[in-house]
Design a protein around this ligand. Structure first.
Ligand code: NAD
Length: 468
């Protein structure tokens, strides 16, 4: 098996050590991830640093055209990347799986390539002229998770280079191969040193977050690790974008037609097997429609085939890793012990691979771990409520604030509730539907800053005010 290599200054760099990357469906080895040393990390930062001035000085239209070419080359290799992604991440090829993720990666890359940040004229009077210029920061360190590795990498890497920065990418060691391959492809288009990738374990992410040669870190992952990144970045006062964990609440208002919302609720919660930052993670349903919503959800969910992602028949795949599977099991067992009623699933079986059935649990409430914590897996707690006023408080009673949703046939009533939810994005009659022109980010402990669109692009710049 040919090992994968780091990509530094446009060159493949073979490392002395490797780690096996395994398919969560059956434990088979997918490929060998390079393990970078500290010297190799330093070389990647030095390459990005050396490439920075020329890249920052490249005419904006040229950088824009090169970013569009990056979209083209990812698109041309989308099937190859999707196959690799399914092998290491586990998600199915079809449906809302790997091909969908590659489609998203290309769409975001194109949309970001098309953005620009022209000089803003703040004042032009006889007293003076004030211009606001946006300048790239320098070397950006990108640290990405294992759930949507390719798409999230594009959310980091493309705005960084579009704005004129250079990059060192550090993907999760659970799903590193698709990002390494994508960065190799990007290097067929970009000048050497603009886009580098390092992988490894044992503190490589922390070393990148604290590296004196890095000017900004963009991190997507869990809240505890996000706090460590923030601490590591403090030494050199790095700019930060942190996209962290969530425990998104959905509220179904009285008078809502269960049949009309069951499919949307299901996919809001179970997209990518629930391993999605802004998935619906706790569902509050008014008592007048509670039983009917439960029945409609069970009827829809029972038909979803879970299996090996390589099979075109699979609609959901395995959980990505052992640690995550253990957490899902633990939270479900705890919910059962607290009186939770298993409406569907709940029994993992003993087969090979990290499979867990689609699971719906009612008769739980705030105070049960499955409701209070981020499960990040294929299980949804359904909570019955009586008063809309009171349920808004329960939805907001969380340290997280990523997304939320309100479900109702009365859009105005839904909007009134939505505006009172403490979260960065709120959807009506859908959940987690992100798009490249809508800024996305968390409040409270779900993050700092936003991604996407012009607002997201601005985060990869600093302001220089020019006063004449
Ligand atoms: P994680 O925090 O365990 O790991 C994320 C990345 O950080 C990985 O590349 C990991 O190797 C690296 N890392 C680990 N320790 C580090 C350290 N001390 N310093 C720097 N980097 C370090 O997260 P995960 O398990 O890969 O992903 C799941 C979590 O990510 C969930 O909480 C989920 O909600 C969150 N997430 C958030 C978003 C969002 O946009 N808000 C998107 C996807 C996932």
């Amino acid at each position: 098996m040919k090992p994968y290599a780091l990509m530094i200054n446009g060159q493949r760099v073979e490392t002395a050590q490797h780690l096996e990357v395994r398919n969560p469906a059956d434990g088979s080895v997918v490929g060998l991830m390079p393990v970078a040393t500290e010297a190799e990390l330093n070389a990647a930062v030095a390459a990005a640093s050396a490439a920075f001035s020329a890249w920052a000085a490249t005419p904006d239209e040229e950088r824009q055209a090169l970013c569009a070419k990056v979209a083209d080359i990812i698109e041309a290799h989308a099937e190859e990347l999707a196959q690799l992604l399914t092998l290491e991440q586990g998600k199915p090829l079809g449906g809302l799986g790997s091909r969908f993720e590659l489609g998203g990666a290309v769409a975001w890359t194109r949309a970001t390539a098309a953005l620009s940040l022209p000089v803003e004229l703040l004042q032009d009077t006889p007293e003076g002229r004030v211009e606001l210029h946006r300048k790239p920061i320098g070397v950006v360190g990108s640290i990405t998770p294992w759930n949507w590795p390719v798409m999230i990498a594009c959310w980091h890497l493309i705005p960084a280079i579009r704005a004129g920065n250079t990059v060192v990418s550090k993907p999760s060691s659970l799903t590193p191969l698709s990002t390494i391959r994508m960065v190799e492809l990007m290097n067929e288009v970009l000048p050497p040193g603009v886009m580098n990738v390092v992988t490894g374990e044992g503190g490589l992410g922390g070393a990148l977050a604290g590296h004196a040669g890095v000017g900004k870190v963009v991190f997507t992952g869990s809240t505890p690790v996000g706090k460590k990144v923030m601490a590591a970045a403090a030494g050199t006062l790095k700019r930060l974008t942190l996209e962290l964990g969530g425990n998104d609440a959905g509220i179904v208002l009285p008078g809502t037609d269960p049949a009309a919302i069951a499919e949307g609720l299901f996919w809001g919660a179970f997209i990518n097997n629930g391993q999605t930052c802004a998935a619906l993670k706790r569902l509050y349903v008014h008592e007048s429609v509670h039983d009917a919503v439960c029945e409609a959800l069970v009827a829809y969910a029972a038909k979803i085939p879970v299996g090996d992602g390589r099979l075109e028949s699979s609609v959901l795949g395995p959980v990505q890793n052992e640690k995550q599977l253990a957490l899902v099991r633990e939270l479900v067992e705890d919910a059962k012990a607290q009186g939770g009623k298993v409406l569907l699933g709940g029994d993992p079986g003993n087969g090979p691979g990290y499979f867990y059935p689609v699971t719906l649990i009612s008769n739980v409430d705030n105070g049960v771990r499955l409701v209070d914590e981020e499960q990040f897996g294929p299980v949804l707690p359904i909570i019955k409520y009586a008063s809309v006023e009171e349920v808004i408080g329960r939805a907001n009673a969380s340290p997280f604030g990523l997304g939320g949703s309100v479900w109702s046939s009365d859009i105005e009533a839904a909007k009134t509730v939505a505006k009172r939810l403490e979260c960065g994005s709120v959807w009506i009659n859908k959940h987690g539907a992100i798009q490249p022109n809508a800024p996305f980010g968390g409040v409270k402990q779900s993050g700092v800053g936003v991604e996407f669109g012009v607002e997201g692009l601005k985060e990869f710049t600093t302001i220089q005010t020019l006063l004449v």
